[in-house]
Structures are given as structure tokens and as C-alpha cells.
Design a protein around this ligand. Structure first.
Ligand SMILES: Cc1cc2nc3c(=O)[nH]c(=O)nc-3n(C[C@H](O)[C@H](O)[C@H](O)COP(=O)(O)OP(=O)(O)OC[C@H]3O[C@@H](n4cnc5c(N)ncnc54)[C@H](O)[C@@H]3O)c2cc1C
Length: 385
């Protein structure tokens, strides 16, 4: 792939940079796992949208700029470079929206996407259950057909942002007689619906980044089924393709972190142990390699290829890279690494970033499962016993 940017791509990048530098909050917003922080991040989504930068790759009629994949990657690089806030709408914008573009009816696209783009509706993913994580097809929550819609029952867990979010996209068993993968349907439902109980799960840091979602006779109208009833597995695999592949964790996030890591090492000067210096360089090289690999993927997609099982390779790479970068920063910082981000002598929020990075090999499908996918579907190795 020719990595020279076209004049149009260069000017797109410059416009994004100019807007973000003028508008990104100078100070970090409060944590988005608190009520105030969540709303502050929602207000940022409104601002991004008003500026035309919330969903750059979407068509203009839904609030986007019809940006190409390359332009989207450039926007992401600029976004992380200025240290703009985390995207509270990410599960909707990066996971659900590509699935709605692929499987949603025109009516659903028109009704759902604009409110998602401007931050009026923040979405959470309600798939995992206490007995269905890696083995997602083991879902036991049910959907029963009634006049004009469906009635949902059951328990979901680990639903990120569900404590304060507005809507959820969930997988439920709609046909208990069908084989496991063909008896599932994909539903969209408001978390304020009658019969929905959201129970926050507090983490070690005291904040509730997740929730359990209980459904007791929750009515969902037919218009809020995404895709054909019974085809929920196929629709869900489109969402996981986005989650593991291109959209959830773009290279910009890691390039910015690797640059901050290199800057931290530079500030420490020649006192840094040579092996640690080598690890800093390696982390920076790995982030750059992820960028080049992603441009390669985009190049193949522009020629009509789809990402498929290779998205598992991607997920393995970014989740392990995130740990390498943040762990190397903590090693550089030594005892200072445990200082909270607001402590007088602190150097950013490396500890919080490291703790979150540790979740990377678990969410979006665990890395053990991704290695199984790579072994069987990319390398075509025989299935394990
Ligand atoms: C930060 C974070 C955010 C999340 N957000 C959401 C969300 O928004 N919505 C949602 O629905 N879920 C969410 N999850 C849940 C996540 O999808 C599950 O934790 C994940 O799929 C693993 O499922 P589990 O926790 O039930 O573990 P299990 O499936 O019980 O796995 C336990 C261990 O066994 C290993 N294992 C299981 N099966 C195999 C196998 N066949 N071969 C090899 N090893 C295996 C796993 O890799 C893991 O190490 C989130 C999780 C995290 C950490």
C-alpha cells in the first residue's frame, strides 16, 4: 500500500487537528464511571457532534462526514494525540452502529443513528451472562413472541456503562428448541423500560463501570429486533468483528500512549536502565507496527476484502500492546507509579491505564479464545481435543 497521504487526506487531518486543538477540554473530565463524569462526557459528545466530528465515517445524513477509512484513522490519531476525552458513546458508535448499517432497516437507521451520533442515546452491550461469557451461545435469557413484539426475561452481566446508559443491545434465546446458535435473536431495548433492573457492579476503585441487567417481562416491540428473528448469532458476529477488528481500538490510541512513554523516558535522561530503554523503544516500534498493519488491512478492505477471523489477530495485538506500553511506563516511574493522577508529583494516569489494560485480554472475547480462532481459522490447524 502507498502510505503517502493525498492532499485531501492531509487537509482532512489538518482540519481535525485544528478543531480538536481548539475544543478538546484542557483538563481531564471526571471519570465516566460516575454520574457527573458520565454526563460531562455526554456533553463532550454533543460538542463533538456540533462540530461535525462525532462520527466522521458515517454518511452526512446521519451526522457524519462520509470520511474514508484512511481519513477515519487520521482523525483517530489526532483525537488521541490531543488527549481528548474517552468516548462514552463508543459501544454504540463503534460496535452497534456498523451492525445497524449492515442489518438495520431504513426505519431503524433513521430513528437510532442520529440520536446515537449526538450523544442523546448512549448504548451498552448486554450479552454476557453468569453462565455465558466465552461460550456466548450458552445464553439462557429468553425472548417469547407475543402480539406486536417480544417479552424478555433473564440476567445479563458485565454490561459496560449500563449504570448510566440509555439503551442496551442484547442477545436472547428466542427459540429454545433450535440448535444453540440458531435460536438467538438480537434486541434493542431502553434501560428505562418497565421490568428492567440495572444493578451497578462496583470495581476495586469504588466506581461502577459495569452493571448487571435483569429483565423481568420486558416488552420489546417488533421494530426493535435487529436482523431476522433467529439470526441473532450472525448479527452478533458482525458486532464482534467490529469489536476485535478495526473500530474499537484504532492505532491512534496506542501511538499517542507510546509517544507519551517515549517522552517520559526522555525526561528521565541517561539514568534509565539500558534494558528498560530497549523496552521503551520496542513498545514504540510495536505501536508503529500496529499502525502500518492497520493501514494494510484498510488497503485490503478498499480492494473488497473482508476482515473475518483476522480480527482475532488484531485483538491479540492491541490488547497485549496496551499492557506492554503501560507496564513499561510503570517500570520507568518506579515507586512514583502508584501516585494517583491528581497527586502533586504524578506523571499522568499510567496506573489507571495499566489497570484498564489488564482487562484487554478479557473483554471483546478473551485472548485464549482469540488464539483458538487464529489456530483453527487463520492457521487452519486441527481442532484441539
Ligand atoms: C472491561 C470489560 C468490559 C466488558 N464489557 C462487557 C459488556 O459491555 N457487555 C458484555 O456483555 N460483556 C462484557 N464483558 C464481559 C466479557 O465479554 C467476558 O468477561 C468474556 O467474554 C469472558 O467471559 P467470562 O468472564 O464468563 O469468562 P469465562 O468464559 O468463564 O472464561 C474463564 C477463563 O477460561 C478461559 N476459557 C474459556 N473457554 C475456553 C476455551 N474454549 N479455550 C481456552 N480457554 C478458555 C477464558 O479465556 C478465561 O481465561 C466485559 C469484560 C471486561 C473485562
Amino acid at each position: 500500500m502507498d502510505l503517502t497521504l493525498t492532499p485531501q487526506e492531509e487537509s482532512f487531518r489538518a482540519a481535525a487537528r485544528e478543531w480538536l486543538e481548539a475544543h478538546a477540554p484542557a483538563k481531564p473530565l471526571p471519570s465516566l464511571d460516575t454520574k457527573d463524569g458520565f454526563e460531562a462526557h455526554r456533553a463532550w459528545e454533543h460538542e463533538l457532534h456540533a462540530g461535525g466530528w462525532a462520527v466522521v465515517s458515517w454518511p452526512e445524513e446521519y451526522g457524519g462526514k462520509s470520511a474514508s477509512l484512511v481519513e477515519w484513522l487520521l482523525f483517530e490519531e489526532e483525537y488521541y494525540r490531543v488527549g481528548a476525552p474517552r468516548r462514552v458513546g463508543q459501544n454504540g458508535i463503534f460496535l452497534l452502529a456498523p451492525t445497524i448499517f449492515e442489518f438495520g432497516s431504513q426505519e431503524q437507521q433513521k430513528r437510532i443513528l442520529p440520536r446515537m451520533a449526538n450523544g442523546d442515546d448512549i448504548w451498552s452491550q448486554a450479552w454476557s451472562e453468569p453462565g455465558a461469557g466465552s461460550d456466548l451461545a450458552a445464553i439462557r435469557s429468553t425472548a417469547t413472541k407475543v402480539d406486536g413484539g417480544w417479552v424478555l426475561n433473564g440476567q445479563k452481566t458485565w454490561s459496560t456503562r449500563a449504570v448510566f446508559a440509555d439503551w442496551a443491545f442484547g442477545l436472547f434465546r428466542s427459540d429454545p428448541e433450535a440448535p444453540r446458535h440458531s435460536g438467538l435473536t438480537y434486541y434493542l431495548f431502553p434501560l428505562s423500560a418497565k421490568g428492567v433492573t440495572v444493578r451497578p457492579i462496583r470495581q476495586l476503585d469504588g466506581e461502577a463501570g459495569f452493571a448487571e441487567v435483569f429483565c423481568d417481562d420486558v416488552f420489546v416491540p417488533d421494530q426493535d429486533v435487529l436482523g431476522v428473528p433467529g439470526s441473532g448469532w450472525k448479527v452478533a458476529m458482525s458486532t464482534t468483528g467490529s469489536e476485535r477488528g478495526l473500530t474499537l481500538r484504532s492505532p491512534g490510541r496506542f501511538l499517542a500512549a507510546a509517544d507519551r512513554l517515549a517522552a517520559l523516558a526522555r525526561r528521565q535522561g541517561s539514568s534509565v536502565d539500558p534494558t528498560l530503554r530497549a523496552d521503551v523503544a520496542q513498545a514504540w516500534i510495536d505501536a508503529e507496527a500496529y499502525r502500518l498493519y492497520t493501514f494494510g488491512t484498510v488497503g485490503r478492505m478498499l480492494e473488497g476484502a473482508s476482515v473475518g477471523a483476522e480480527s482475532s489477530l488484531n485483538k491479540l495485538y492491541w490488547s497485549e500492546l496496551d499492557i506492554d506500553i503501560t507496564q513499561t511506563a510503570l517500570r520507568l516511574l518506579g515507586p512514583r507509579g502508584v501516585l494517583g493522577a491528581d497527586a502533586p508529583d504524578a506523571e499522568g494516569q499510567w496506573l489507571a491505564d495499566f489497570l484498564f489494560a489488564l482487562a484487554g485480554p478479557i473483554y471483546a472475547g478473551t485472548n485464549e479464545i482469540q488464539r483458538n480462532v487464529v489456530a483453527e481459522r487463520v492457521l487452519k490447524l486441527p481442532k484441539g481435543a
